[in-house]
Ligand binder design. Structure first.
Ligand SMILES: NC(=O)c1ccc[n+]([C@@H]2O[C@H](COP(=O)([O-])OP(=O)(O)OC[C@H]3O[C@@H](n4cnc5c(N)ncnc54)[C@H](OP(=O)(O)O)[C@@H]3O)[C@@H](O)[C@H]2O)c1
Length: 419
């Protein structure tokens, strides 16, 4: 399915957009079990190959490193012939980000130094957290500076390498930033790149269930939410990247799962496609009534992606010793007023319940556990993921807003290059 994405362009963006005046949006909803390559390898092969791709050592010849398929590849590519295209943060937004908060720049690349790689970005992960990184102030990660390239995770292809860690042709995931090319030292302090294998799963999946949102959902639910079989788990943002994985993991653990999402299509998707037990369409029905109807035994675990009124309402339905996982509060990210906290928090006292935050990066040493279990479910065909792919780097400013308007249906990804 494709549709045109309308957007206003800032003057700096217009220059680039003249070349590509329209953008096409593609929705992908595929079962992991389907890629032919993935079918050929069993689960153990699948997981082993993911581990291998994360850590494989490559040959040490300068400018010629080992390719995943085994051969050595060299490049004579002169990086100085290439022009990078970037979105930089021009101003700290008040409320919803505006086009004028961005600066579109075109800069020539420089020659690679020893130890460096050049990555051509293919897919960018658009995340609600990006809104927080645009603000000044203390957080779990430093803010993006004014004039800096906007921070973003992405998947790309190594097109030049002077590092023994990566070969030309390798597909990598890491901190590409919102730009066409990433150039720098191939170490963990810079892009933090690791190899991914498109033969094992479509590349966008590495930004979804096999990437940061999937890890957030898995560890947030299991380590902080501590669900037990038979308990009722409620998750907001249920049709989004984190929410869809939370619900499916909870189903696999034997829980009753109730989603909260905006609109009948998203609710149908989580119930009919993902197997949730019920879904409350918060845009068309009362969340309080929905919880009464679908959680007759109360709420044991609430995985909160949205904060605000929905969090406040769920607090009125929690059980004794309930666990509230504070993953995000997207309803509050564009506030010009202070964040609205829950007024029903004394329900935690009455029910001896607990509310705890999660930051996904704390679980980095354990990501392999999540990949192993979810990969198994994918192989069995009992775990799905959906990506919503928007085309073109120039669509970045308007595409980011889709997250805050509920216009994304699945993990929001921006395709900026060809596989
Ligand atoms: N703590 C961590 O380490 C961590 C890591 C990743 C993500 N997160 C957080 O997890 C949450 C979900 O992220 P995601 O990447 O999975 O995004 P997502 O759910 O794929 O997309 C955002 C969705 O939020 C919903 N939404 C937007 N405004 C809303 C509002 N005012 N009230 C209720 N729902 C609203 C929309 O869905 P509807 O159409 O259903 O409204 C929208 O599609 C975010 O809060 C994010 O910051 C936290």
């Amino acid at each position: 399915m494709a549709r045109l994405l309308q957007r206003k362009k800032s003057s700096s963006v217009k220059k680039y957009a003249q070349e590509k005046s329209t953008t096409v949006r593609v929705i992908i909803c595929r079962d992991f079990a389907k890629p032919a390559g993935a079918r050929l390898v069993g689960f153990f092969g699948w997981f082993l190959m993911i581990l291998i791709t994360l850590g494989r050592a490559t040959c040490k010849i300068k400018n010629a490193t080992a390719h995943p398929q085994g051969e050595c590849m060299t490049t004579n590519l002169s990086t100085t012939q290439l022009i990078n295209q970037q979105f930089r943060l021009a101003a700290r937004p008040q409320g919803m980000p505006k086009d004028s908060d961005w600066q579109f720049t075109e800069v020539p690349l420089t020659e690679l130094n020893d130890g460096e790689i050049l990555v051509e970005t293919i897919y960018l992960s658009l995340d609600p957290a990006m809104r927080g990184w645009m603000n000044d102030g203390k957080s779990y990660i430093r803010p993006v500076g004014i004039g800096e390239v906007m921070r973003a995770g992405g998947i790309g292809k190594v097109i030049a390498s002077k590092s023994p860690r990566f070969a030309v042709g390798d597909y990598v995931s890491g901190g590409t930033g919102v730009q066409k090319y990433w150039q720098g030292a191939a170490d963990d302090k810079h892009g933090g790149f690791y190899k991914v294998d498109p033969r094992l799963a479509p590349l966008p999946k590495y930004l979804n269930a096999l990437g940061m949102p999937g890890m957030t959902a898995y560890f947030g639910l299991l380590d902080v939410g501590l669900p037990k079989a038979g308990e009722t788990v409620v998750v907001s943002g249920a049709a989004g990247a984190v929410g869809m994985t939370v619900g499916q993991v909870a189903k696999h653990k034997g829980c009753r799962v109730v989603g909260i999402a905006g609109g009948p299509d998203k609710c149908d998707f989580v119930v009919k496609e993902l197997g949730f037990d019920a879904c409350i369409d918060y845009k068309n029905q009362s969340v309080k009534d929905g919880l009464k109807e679908h959680c007759p035994k109360g709420v044991d675990v609430y995985f909160d992606n949205v904060g605000g009124d929905i969090l406040d309402t769920v607090l009125t339905r929690i059980n004794m010793k309930a666990r509230i996982v504070i993953c995000g509060a997207i309803s509050q990210y564009n506030n010009t007023e202070p964040v609205k906290g829950p007024s029903n928090y004394l329900s935690l006292l009455v029910n001896r319940a607990r509310m705890e935050g999660i930051v996904v990066f704390d679980y980095a040493p354990r990501y392999g556990e999540a990949v192993a279990e979810m990969a198994k479910w994918m192989q069995e065909g009992s775990f799905k993921s959906r990506e919503d792919i928007v085309q073109g780097l120039q669509a970045f400013p308007q595409s980011l807003l889709m997250l805050f308007e509920g216009k994304n249906f699945g993990k929001l990804v921006l395709q900026v290059g060809q596989e």
